[in-house]
Design a protein around this ligand. Structure first.
Ligand code: SAM
Length: 219
């Protein structure tokens, strides 16, 4: 999906800064160069769309900072053809970047608990031609069984612990990236080997909104 939706120069500068500061891969940089972040943020924040910070998207939620999207994509090592589950779809921006990485032979399944955000994300993604992304409304702490198992899973809200259904819905050989914690949060990389064993690696401290739901924080 070769995007030409304006503001290319700002996007290019943002991606160059991310490469310098966070050493992000060329593949992820190319994907981010294609996705017009300004079309995923509310109009009143459009001017700030290519600055590297989170922005409000309504309902008390945020679109993550571009560097966090880039880092999570690199940690997840998304490849063409992968089936990927995103928990916490928000604006749909992160899903669009992942959709670029999986390509037309892959699929991104997005679960978002707030129906209005899911609807807006669906509209934005479809207006940009992302036919390989499916947005569903629901409690993503339970995963999404209809399309499981997944090559990759990432969660964009902090969970109290790793939700069991997400581990179950990860393919052997698969990877998951998830922030875990309450006031102190850590980004974890989970790898499931072919015997079903789980290996956890700690990436470092992060700040995300809470994952609310059956296997998340209670309302
Ligand atoms: N990835 C998003 C983007 O690109 O805009 C940003 C996500 S925002 C930081 C976290 C999202 O997780 C919010 O939209 C919130 O409503 C959602 N969320 C929280 N708990 C959830 C759950 N149990 N299932 C699905 N979505 C959830």
């Amino acid at each position: 999906m070769e995007g030409n939706y304006g503001r290319y120069e700002e996007r290019r500068r943002m991606v160059e800064r991310l490469k310098d500061e966070f050493n992000i891969s060329d593949r992820v940089a190319r994907a981010m160069l294609k996705v017009p972040r300004h079309l995923f943020v509310p109009p009143q924040y459009s001017r700030e769309a290519y600055l590297d910070h989170p922005l409000p998207i309504g309902f008390g939620q945020t679109i993550s900072a571009p560097h966090m999207v880039a880092i999570m994509c690199d940690l997840l090592d998304v490849l063409p053809g992968h089936r990927v589950l995103e928990v916490g779809g928000g604006s749909g921006y992160h899903a669009a970047v992942v959709a670029e990485l999986v390509g037309d032979s892959g699929e991104v399944v997005v679960v978002e608990r707030i129906p209005e955000l899911a609807e807006r994300a669906r509209e934005t993604l479809s207006s940009l031609g992302y036919s390989n992304v499916k947005v569903v409304v629901g409690d993503g702490s339970e995963g999404y069984r209809d399309r499981a198992p997944y090559d990759r899973i990432y969660v964009t809200a902090a969970a109290p612990d790793i939700p069991k259904p997400l581990i179950e819905q990860l393919k052997p050989g698969g990877k998951m990236v998830i922030p875990v914690g309450d006031s102190v949060q850590e980004l974890l990389v989970i790898e499931k080997d072919f015997s079903g064993e789980i290996k956890k690696t700690r990436w470092g401290g992060v700040r995300f909104v809470p994952l609310l739901g059956k296997y998340g924080f209670k309302f």
